[in-house]
Design a protein around this ligand. Structure first.
Ligand SMILES: *[C@@H]1O[C@H](CO)[C@@H](O)[C@H](O)[C@H]1NC(C)=O
Ligand SMILES: *[C@@H]1O[C@H](CO)[C@@H](O)[C@H](O)[C@H]1NC(C)=O
Ligand SMILES: *[C@@H]1O[C@H](CO)[C@@H](O)[C@H](O)[C@H]1NC(C)=O
Ligand SMILES: *[C@@H]1O[C@H](CO)[C@@H](O)[C@H](O)[C@H]1NC(C)=O
Ligand SMILES: *[C@@H]1O[C@H](CO)[C@@H](O)[C@H](O)[C@H]1NC(C)=O
Ligand SMILES: *[C@@H]1O[C@H](CO)[C@@H](O)[C@H](O)[C@H]1NC(C)=O
Length: 567
C-alpha cells in the first residue's frame, strides 16, 4: 500500500559496494576541489536544486565552506551565511533540549515544578506522568507505558498522521487529539517515523522550562554556541535579509512553508533555521561529545548525548555492501557508511532539503542545506560524495537512486461509475482529523464546491491534465497542504489515491501561472458502500502492515483513518 511521503522526512536507502582506503592527508581548505565542485554543481542542476550551502568540519577542527546557486529569484547567490530551514535536522535540537531540561531539574535549577507523579525526570519518565490528562493514545498499554525514549525513537506504534493537523493548531491540540488517532502497531514493536511525537516533546519543554520551546533552544543551545544567525522565529530570519527563498523540485518558487504563525506548532519536529557557518559550530560540539571545546562547557548532557546518538530502535534491519543496519536514537540515525561509523539525519519539506552527517571515529562532519525540496536524495548523494573524498575512498555512484515521483495515472473511468460517483461527493468527518467536503468537477457543483472545482481546473489547465471523470476535490487547510485531490486507482471503482496538495492559482513570485505542489505525496484511500450508499472513506497511512490490516475486514475495519460520510 502506498503511504504518505512523510514531510520533515527521513528516508534511508543504500546500494552498491566498495573497498576501503585510508584517510587522505587533507590540507585545510582543500576538500572541495574544482572537480568536486563542478560535480556537485552538475548534480544539483540536474535535480533542479536552486541553491545549496555546504559546511565541513575537518578532523583537525578546520572548517570549510562552499555554496552553489541562488537564494533569491533576483539571482542573489547563496553563501555560507545564507539562512535555511533545517527540516528534520531540527529534531536533534529537541532531544538536546529535553536533556538540558532534565539536567536543570537534577541540579535544582528548574523554573517550574513537575507533577507529583514524576519521581525523577529522565528518558525513562512516562509520558502519562509528564502530561497527565493530555497524553492518551488508542492503545491502553502505550498510554500507560510509553516513555520519553519511546517518544523520540519512533516506536509508540502510531503511524504518521501528518494530515491530521492544521496550521492554527497548537502543539497541545496535536497532543490532546492523539487519542482519536489510530495506532498501527503495539508499543516498541516497530520503528515508524512520527513528527507528532516531536511536536509532543516540544510541548513538554514549553510546559516545564518556564519558557516556550523556541526560546529555550535559542537561549540554551544557539546562544552559548554563538550560532548568532540561527533562530526558531521565522520573522527574525526574514528580518536579517539573509533568509533563502524556496522552490519546488519542478522549479517553481513557493512561499516559506513555515510562517511565524505555524512555527510554534512544528518547532520540535522541524523548526530551526540556520546557516552552514553556524551549523559547523553545532557539528563541532557533536563531534566532541556534546561539549563546547572553546569554553569546555557541556551543551548536551553526556547521558542524553550518548542515548541520542546510539541505536534505540531499528530503522533498517539489513545493511548493504555499503552500509550497516541502521538504528534510530533520539533525532539521530546511527549506521556505517563504507565501514565508517556514521551518525546522521536529514530533512525534507516543501522548499527544504538538508542533511547533517557526523563521522564520530574519523572526526569530521558535513552539513548540506538546500532551498529546493523535499529532494532528500540529492543532499544524501552529495554528502556521501564529500565524505568519500575526505576518507579517500574510490568513487562509486549513484549511491542513492534519484528520487522518482510516480506520475499520477491519468485516466478516465467508465461511465457506469457515474451513479456511484454521485454518492462520493459530500462531507466526511473524523474526530482526529476534522471535516472536509468532496466535490466533483463533473456534476453541477453545489455553491460551496464552485471555487474548489475552479481552482483545480485552473491548475490542471496549465499542465494539460485531463479532467478526470471520477476525480474528487476538497479545499482542506492542513499544515502540509491546502487541498485534497482524489483520483481512482485503475480498475477499481472504490479504491482511490489521495494527494495532499497545495494550489497556487495565482502562481507565486515572478511567475503568475497557476501550479500545485504535491510535496506531501500520496495516500491510499478507499470508499465503502453499505446498503447501496457510500458510508465513508478510509485512508491508509501506515508504512508497514498494521494490526488492522492483518485482522482484515471491511475498509472501515482496516483503515488507519476512517471518515464517516455525513448524510
Ligand atoms: C541564478 O540567477 C541567475 C541570475 O538571475 C540566473 O541566470 C541563473 O539561472 C539562476 N540559477 C538558478 C539555478 O536558478
Ligand atoms: C523544581 O522541581 C521540583 C520537583 O518537581 C519542585 O519541587 C520545585 O518546586 C521546582 N522548583 C521550582 C522553582 O519550580
Ligand atoms: C547577512 O549576511 C551577511 C553575509 O554573511 C552578514 O555580513 C550580515 O551580518 C548578515 N545580516 C544579518 C542581519 O545577520
Ligand atoms: C526539473 O524541472 C522541470 C520543470 O521546470 C521538470 O520538467 C523536470 O521534470 C524537473 N526535473 C527533476 C529532476 O525534477
Ligand atoms: C573541562 O571540564 C571538565 C569537567 O568540568 C574538567 O574535568 C576538565 O579538566 C576541563 N578541561 C579543561 C581543559 O579545562
Ligand atoms: C464536522 O461537521 C459536523 C456536522 O456538520 C459538525 O458537528 C462538527 O462540528 C464538524 N467538525 C469540525 C471539526 O468542523
Amino acid at each position: 500500500m502506498q503511504s504518505i511521503v512523510a514531510l520533515l522526512v527521513l528516508t534511508a536507502s543504500l546500494v552498491q559496494c566498495a573497498s576501503q582506503v585510508p584517510l587522505n592527508d587533507l590540507l585545510p581548505g582543500t576538500v572541495i576541489t574544482k572537480e568536486l565542485s563542478s560535480y556537485i554543481q552538475s548534480h544539483i542542476q540536474a535535480n533542479n536544486v536552486t541553491g545549496m550551502s555546504l559546511g565541513i568540519v575537518l578532523p583537525n577542527g578546520e572548517v570549510e565552506f562552499a555554496a552553489w546557486g541562488n537564494r533569491t529569484e533576483a539571482g542573489d547567490a547563496v553563501t555560507s551565511g545564507t539562512i535555511f530551514h533545517l527540516g528534520s535536522c531540527s529534531k536533534a535540537f529537541l532531544s538536546a533540549s529535553l536533556g538540558i531540561l532534565m539536567q536543570d531539574f537534577a541540579d535544582g535549577k528548574n523554573r517550574s515544578a513537575l507533577p507529583d507523579t514524576v519521581a525523577g525526570f529522565n528518558w525513562n519518565t512516562k509520558m502519562r506522568d509528564l502530561l497527565p490528562g493530555e497524553w492518551m493514545v488508542e492503545d491502553e498499554w502505550t498510554t500507560e507505558k510509553a516513555d520519553l525514549k519511546d517518544l523520540l525513537s519512533h516506536v509508540t506504534g502510531l503511524p504518521g498522521h501528518d494530515v491530521s493537523y492544521a496550521p492554527d493548531d497548537s502543539a497541545r491540540d496535536v497532543v490532546v487529539r492523539m487519542r482519536h488517532l489510530s495506532a498501527a502497531y503495539e508499543l516498541r514493536q516497530v520503528y515508524e517515523y512520527n513528527n507528532q511525537m516531536f511536536i509532543t516533546g516540544a510541548h513538554i519543554v514549553s510546559r516545564y522550562a518556564g519558557m516556550p520551546y523556541r526560546d529555550f533552544v535559542e537561549q540554551r543551545i544557539l546562544a552559548p554556541l554563538g550560532m548568532t544567525s540561527s533562530t526558531l522565529h521565522p520573522d527574525r530570519a526574514f528580518a536579517t535579509g539573509n533568509f533563502t527563498q524556496s522552490w519546488t523540485t519542478s522549479q517553481r518558487r513557493i512561499p516559506f512553508f513555515m510562517p511565524e504563525r505555524t512555527a510554534d506548532l512544528i518547532a520540535g519536529a522541524g523548526g530551526v533555521m540556520s546557516t552552514a557557518e553556524d551549523m559547523t559550530r553545532w557539528i563541532k560540539v557533536l563531534l566532541n561529545g556534546g561539549v563546547d571545546a572553546r569554553t569546555n562547557t557541556t551543551i548536551i548532557p553526556r547521558v542524553t548525548f550518548d542515548l541520542a546518538t546510539s541505536a534505540i530502535s531499528v530503522l533498517s534491519n539489513k545493511g548493504s555492501q555499503l552500509s550497516s543496519i541502521m538504528g534510530y536514537g533520539l533525532g539521530w540515525v546511527r549506521t556505517s557508511h563504507r565501514s565508517h561509523e556514521l551518525v546522521w539525519h536529514n530533512g525534507g519539506a516543501p522548499g527544504v532539503a538538508t542533511i547533517v552527517d557526523l563521522y564520530p571515529y574519523d572526526g569530521f562532519g558535513v552539513v548540506l542545506l538546500a532551498n529546493t525540496g523535499p529532494s532528500v536524495s540529492v543532499t544524501r548523494n552529495i554528502a556521501y560524495k564529500i565524505a568519500d573524498h575526505i576518507l579517500g575512498l574510490p568513487t562509486i555512484e549513484p549511491q542513492v537512486a534519484r528520487e522518482e515521483t510516480p506520475a499520477p495515472e491519468l485516466q478516465s473511468s467508465p461511465a457506469s461509475q457515474s451513479h456511484t460517483l454521485f454518492g462520493f461527493t459530500g462531507t466526511y468527518t473524523n474526530p482526529g482529523y476534522g471535516n472536509f467536503t468532496l466535490c466533483s468537477p463533473i456534476f453541477p457543483p453545489v455553491q460551496e464546491c464552485r471555487d474548489v472545482v475552479e481552482d483545480f481546473r485552473m491548475v490542471d489547465a496549465i499542465t494539460g491534465r485531463p479532467p478526470g471523470f471520477s476525480d474528487l476535490f476538497a479545499a482542506w487547510p492542513r499544515f502540509w497542504g491546502s487541498h485534497l485531490r482524489l483520483y481512482p486507482v485503475s480498475g477499481s471503482g472504490y479504491e482511490y489515491t489521495a494527494e495532499l496538495t497545495t494550489l497556487y492559482v495565482e502562481g507565486y513570485g515572478a511567475d503568475c501561472s497557476p501550479f500545485e505542489d504535491v510535496a506531501s505525496g500520496t495516500i491510499s484511500a478507499a470508499f465503502m458502500m453499505e446498503g447501496g450508499q457510500v458510508v465513508g472513506l478510509g485512508l491508509f497511512v501506515a508504512e508497514k502492515e498494521s494490526w488492522r490490516a492483518r485482522r482484515g475486514g471491511s475498509v472501515r475495519d482496516r483503515a488507519d483513518v476512517w471518515f464517516d460520510k455525513l448524510l
